[in-house]
Design a protein around this ligand. Structure first.
Ligand SMILES: [Ca+2]
Length: 380
């Protein structure tokens, strides 16, 4: 498969070239950022034909008063104060420093949104996701740095980027080895036209953009969680532990989440049972009864991504909603929304972002084969 979008990305992000292999975490950060950037070339949209008509948006849910209200598939998280972020020496800068945050109570989905749930949404609304629409050259050029070569006609087709394992051990400094721009890839065909959802109805939907996630949430009478809500819920009433399940790492003999087992990106030993996504609820829930808050798929949050968001916070920050715009010195040309939780691609040797404090930014018009979402809702 020709990696048109990503090749252009490399020209646009020269810092990725010649990246030293001894810095795999930095490499991953830049790699994933660049991939997201690449997808934005091909999939950016402003006014999509798939917008959900107002008459098809479900009525707002009844005012929830907390436990006992009717919110099938959701749990009520009582409001409270917690330590957000981490001081781990091997954590990323955007997770630091630890600071105190208070959030009001809210509802959150017990699981990631599944393919079956997303299918109901599409059936009801005829919604067309971002990855199912071919981009225009004008849309693409609006999001790239000056001097970036224009896209070729081959690139102006609907598609998405798909994780593809390599055949052998490779240096971790060139993401083109395991991410492929794949025409025809979308939520119904997560790995490309030859793939489908048969037998994966209860897997999390992937290849959905932030825009797609919001369209679903609006239809369902819900919304995306804020980063603060997501982390508060993910910690499962544990105070400052490294993982959502506690302090002990996940092991192959006792896997706690759907992560990468083996050597990334060429040898997945499937010791946790899965190479890609797993059915939701395949691993134990956290202390709040929530499944897959670590691993399986990354989950979109509502916030704009700000790499330096925590630095200015003092005292107790109450119900943070994120900044008015994204801030990432590493990717100044690209607006980004936040993602949380890591995915089936996470491995300690490479990326430990399946921890509850870990954060990631991605272009809101980007879908990827390891990114999904879950919804939240306010009490009223
Ligand atoms: Ca997840």
């Amino acid at each position: 498969m020709v990696i048109i979008a990503i090749s252009i990305v490399l020209n646009a992000v020269p810092a990725i070239k010649n990246m030293p292999a001894k810095t795999p975490q930095i490499a991953l950060m830049l790699v994933l950022g660049a991939v997201a950037f690449g997808i934005s070339f091909g999939l950016s949209r402003m006014n999509r034909p798939g917008e959900v008509p107002p008459e098809q948006v479900k009525k707002a849910a009844p005012s929830g008063s907390g436990p006992g209200a009717d919110r099938p598939g959701m749990v009520w998280i009582s409001g409270g104060e917690f330590r957000m972020g981490t001081g781990d020496k091997d954590a990323w800068d955007d997770e630091k420093p630890i600071h105190r945050v208070r959030v009001d109570g809210f509802w959150i989905d017990v699981t990631e949104v599944t393919n079956a749930q997303f299918q109901k949404f599409v059936d009801a609304t005829s919604y067309v996701t971002t990855a199912e629409q071919a981009p225009s050259a004008e849309e693409i050029m609006a999001q790239v740095p000056p001097g970036t070569p224009p896209p070729t006609p081959d690139m102006l087709v609907a598609g998405a980027v798909v994780f593809t394992p390599t055949n052998e051990k490779v240096p971790l400094n060139d993401f083109r080895q395991w991410w492929r721009w794949t025409p025809g890839a979308n939520w119904k065909h997560p790995e490309g036209p030859q793939s489908d959802l048969k037998g994966r109805e209860d897997h999390p939907v992937v290849q959905v953009s932030w825009d797609d996630a919001n369209a679903y949430a609006k239809w369902a009478g819900k919304r995306l969680p804020t980063e603060a809500e997501w982390e508060f819920a993910a910690r499962g009433r544990l105070d400052g532990t490294r993982y959502v399940w506690g302090s002990e790492p996940s092991t192959t003999s006792d896997p706690k989440a759907n992560l990468w087992t083996g050597e990334f990106p060429f040898n997945n030993t499937k010791e946790d049972g899965y190479v890609r996504t797993a059915p939701v609820k395949s691993f134990p829930p956290n202390g709040n009864g929530l499944y897959d808050m670590s691993g399986n798929v990354w989950e979109w949050c509502s916030d704009w991504y700000d790499r330096e968001a925590y630095r200015a916070r003092t005292g107790v920050t109450v119900n943070p909603q994120g900044p008015d715009r994204s801030n990432d010195p590493l990717r100044p040309f690209q607006p980004q929304r936040s993602q949380r939780g890591g995915s089936f691609l996470c491995h300690d040797s490479y990326c430990s972002r399946y921890r509850p404090s870990a954060r990631h930014g991605c272009s809101p018009d980007t879908g990827m084969s390891h990114v999904g979402f879950r919804c939240a809702a306010s009490a009223n």
